[in-house]
Design a protein around this ligand. Structure first.
Ligand code: FAD
Length: 317
């Protein structure tokens, strides 16, 4: 079922969902199931599976370092299919512009269609770790909006290069990313919102936000989005703080602010288990207030660990 249909069917009740990261290649999928199992009691109608960018690895060969490019966490579509069939839940593969040509994206979407996957998140992806700015793959898209257009074309039976007349069309429901505190590269929040509107006008059906720790930022973002005519569901993304380093890493990587009270509470902790508890309690308060405001879904970034998400969900759902 489409995410938008799940939201309609819930009739105003806030749904629970979460995002997982594929294991590193060479690892068993059972570990992933071990993290999903405890969260299934909260009846997620859908689970997102991220896609990671390719990266450089260095292999020593006869005293020299040989540089190879590889994807360390492949398997997004395969994992989506495995989870969908194991748990009878909808899955949402994240589809990236970065590192993929339009043809490769078309093949991936064809696979999704055959596998009965009805939702996809259309994302640009970040720059690779050695790059300062994002660079599109050869023959790939520069912005997520172009990817939304490609997916919508496929939904109309229009394949690349018009090579075929389709009689079995896909009907993907398309999610895109939104940034309550603006995307790091955007010159202003207002410009970024206009870009979000372009994605929605191109056919995106719903938005999932970047993590935020101050609900006021989400509510202001939703109001500003509505004011410029964005009328699709905007799903808040929640991430519990888990380690002290998050105080530096999250603002740096995601260009988000952390509230003073949260910083003080983390700094007062004696160890990581206390910090994890602070993160859980903050996320519970955030989630309860968002649920009270009837947000369509609370979407949690699990980062591969489910015990804190289970703790939060058991207090909120
Ligand atoms: P876009 O919408 O293309 O925007 C990127 C930037 O370009 C923005 O600053 C925007 O304002 C600007 N822009 C857009 N259109 C134009 C234009 N025509 N001209 C000039 N500027 C323009 N990353 C991963 O690698 N894998 C994942 O699985 C993943 N999942 C994510 C899930 C969510 C919910 C979120 C919020 C992010 C996720 N990301 C993921 C991170 C995301 O890929 C990065 O934030 C990326 O830098 C931007 O992606 P986007 O889809 O928002 O890009």
């Amino acid at each position: 079922m489409k995410i938008t249909e799940h939201i309609q069917k819930a009739k105003g009740k806030t749904l629970f969902s979460f995002e997982i990261i594929p294991p590193k290649k060479g690892k068993n999928i059972e570990e992933l199931y071990g993290n999903i199992n405890p969260l299934m009691e909260f009846n997620p109608p859908f689970i997102d599976v991220t896609t990671s960018r390719e990266e450089y690895v260095y292999i020593e060969k006869e005293g020299l370092l040989d540089r190879k490019i590889t994807r360390m966490r492949p398997g997004t579509v395969g994992i989506c299919a495995a989870i969908k069939h194991k748990y009878d839940v909808d899955t949402v593969p994240h589809v990236l512009c970065g590192g993929f040509s339009k043809e490769e994206t078309e093949y991936l979407l064809v696979d999704c269609h055959y596998l009965g996957i009805e939702n996809v998140m259309a994302l640009r992806g970040d720059a690779m770790s050695h790059q300062k700015y994002f660079e599109a793959a050869q023959g790939g898209h520069q912005f997520a909006k172009e990817l939304v257009v490609q997916i919508q074309n496929l939904n109309r039976g229009k394949y690349l290069h018009d090579v075929i007349e389709a009689d079995d069309k896909s009907d993907f429901c398309i999610g895109v990313a939104g940034y309550p505190e603006k995307h790091i590269e955007a010159p202003s929040l207002q410009t970024d919102l206009k870009r979000l509107k372009e994605k929605v006008d191109a056919g995106a059906d719903y938005v999932v936000t970047q993590m935020f720790f101050d609900n006021a930022k989400y509510f202001e973002f939703v109001d500003a989005a509505k004011a410029i005519g964005i009328d699709v569901p905007i799903i808040p993304g929640i991430k519990p703080i888990a380690i002290k380093r998050h105080l530096q890493v999250l603002p740096q990587v995601f260009k988000i602010d952390l509230p003073e009270d949260l910083i003080k509470a983390v700094e007062a902790c004696k160890n990581n288990s206390e910090i994890r508890q602070v993160g859980i309690e903050w996320a519970i308060q955030q989630s309860k207030a968002l649920k009270q405001a009837n947000v369509p879904v609370l979407h949690y970034y699990s980062m591969g660990k489910s015990d804190n998400i289970k703790n939060i969900a058991s207090q909120v759902f």
